[in-house]
Design a protein around this ligand. Structure first.
Ligand SMILES: C[S@@+](CC[C@H](N)C(=O)[O-])C[C@H]1O[C@@H](n2cnc3c(N)ncnc32)[C@H](O)[C@@H]1O
Length: 393
């Protein structure tokens, strides 16, 4: 098999070296910066028609090692799988979601280790796309700018009640309470997140303004008690089948005249056909089980059908590429510390996931949309200013 694989790889002239199970080294292209260590000879057959899922799984399960800058590893993986891989990937499955499967999926990802996430996220541990007003900000500045951008889009005022659906480690809740005087109710399905988020609320003396609970979005109050609703990086876990219910819950939670912000990752294609040879399969298998990415059209349609009026949409695709590059660089710079916090297998998964998603956003495989919607008042009016000028003043 090696006899057919090597000429095919060499044609790609990649900066890659193979190291075989017997110690032999073969240079595939000029000045290699990445070494693919094949520990298991049976893998060569599968590499003849590779996918990012096959390569990623082999790395996670320890059948191969990948040495060199992780960004280059991903780029080389993409070139190889596009050149040698198959093209007929099936459409991703759209699954039924219930509270139990969703709670397990959330725990798998978010309860991994608070220390590990603290290592490479910003100090507020905001785990979603940052906002780069000029492109020259560092991660801390860009995450603070994102929190401000969200609160401004929501036209948040002192004393207003804000619901934060999928509140993570509480960064937005604390920002909205501290900087905008809001009263925040936040929910998460992760026990680890909740514990640390509550600690941070108490440390900042914000306990009177912020309540955080372990709660599924399906159990939210439905009496329009909130002035504003925000959901950041959460709806990717909902699944197509439950999008109408999710949007209905947001509608029912907010008062007439109130605003709803849905910030999340969206698919490149409406039918969900794969982008990146096997990247989606890898993410689904190892990173976000039961995750599903709707297209902007799917989520917009559900928001509208629920009775909300979409008033503003912004794409932040390259902002998420930049955010993920920061996360990946920070993790790569601290691998020794990370090894002490999570099992080797998890570290391998998260290294590929962060660098791979940075690459995916950069190459337009996926997008990020902030969708602002208003719950119309009885006479059809809403409470928004005439222009967006206030967002930038
Ligand atoms: C990517 S994190 C984003 C956290 C936070 N919004 C941020 O920007 O840092 C996704 C969040 O959604 C929450 N989540 C996912 N599914 C949920 C569900 N069914 N009900 C409530 N929260 C959920 C997770 O627990 C997690 O806090």
């Amino acid at each position: 098999m090696l006899a057919t694989l090597l000429p095919a790889l060499k044609e790609l002239a990649l900066p890659l070296k193979l190291q075989l199970w017997d110690g032999n080294e073969i240079e595939i292209g000029p000045t290699p910066c990445v070494t693919l260590v094949i520990k298991d000879p049976s893998l060569v057959t599968r590499l003849r028609q590779p996918s990012l899922d096959v390569l990623g799984a082999a790395y996670v399960e320890g059948q191969i090692d990948l040495l060199g800058p992780v960004g280059e590893v991903i780029r080389i993986g993409d070139v190889i799988t596009r050149a040698l891989g198959q093209d007929d990937f099936p459409l991703p499955s759209r699954e039924a979601h219930d509270k139990t499967t969703d709670a397990e999926a959330i725990s798998y990802h978010y309860d991994l280790s608070n220390d590990f996430y603290r290592l490479w996220l910003d100090r507020d541990m905001v785990y979603s796309c940052a906002y780069f007003e000029t492109g020259s900000e560092d991660l801390e500045q860009a995450q603070q700018a994102k929190l401000r951008h969200l609160c401004r889009k929501l036209r948040l005022k002192p004393g207003e009640r804000l619901l934060d659906v999928g509140c993570g480690w509480g960064g937005l809740a604390r920002y909205a309470a501290r900087e905008f005087g809001a009263k925040v109710f936040g929910i998460t399905l992760s026990r680890e997140q909740l514990e640390l988020a509550r600690e941070r609320v108490a440390e900042e003396g914000l306990a009177k303004q912020i309540t955080l609970e372990l709660m599924d979005y399906r159990d939210l109050p439905q009496d329009g008690r909130f002035d504003k609703v925000v959901s950041v990086g959460m709806f990717e876990h909902v699944g197509h089948a439950n999008l109408p219910l999710y949007c209905q819950r947001l509608f029912d939670a907010v008062r007439p005249g109130g605003l709803v912000m849905n910030h999340g990752i969206t698919a490149r294609h409406i039918d969900g056909r794969p982008v990146g040879h096997g990247a989606g399969e890898f993410i689904n298998r190892y990173v976000f089980p039961h995750g599903e990415l709707p297209h902007l059209v799917n989520i917009s349609s559900c928001i509208s059908d629920a009775g909300l009026e979409i008033v503003d949409v912004e794409s932040l695709r390259l902002h998420y590429a930049r955010t993920l590059e920061f996360w990946s660089e920070r993790l790569e710079a601290q691998l020794e510390q990370a090894k002490r916090m999570v099992p080797e297998r998890a570290l391998r998964i998260w290294r590929l996931y962060l660098a791979g998603c940075a690459y995916g956003f950069r190459h337009n495989w996926i997008n990020l949309h902030q969708i602002l919607a208003s719950k119309p008042l009885a006479d059809g009016s809403h409470e928004l200013p005439w222009s967006r000028a206030d967002l930038y003043s």
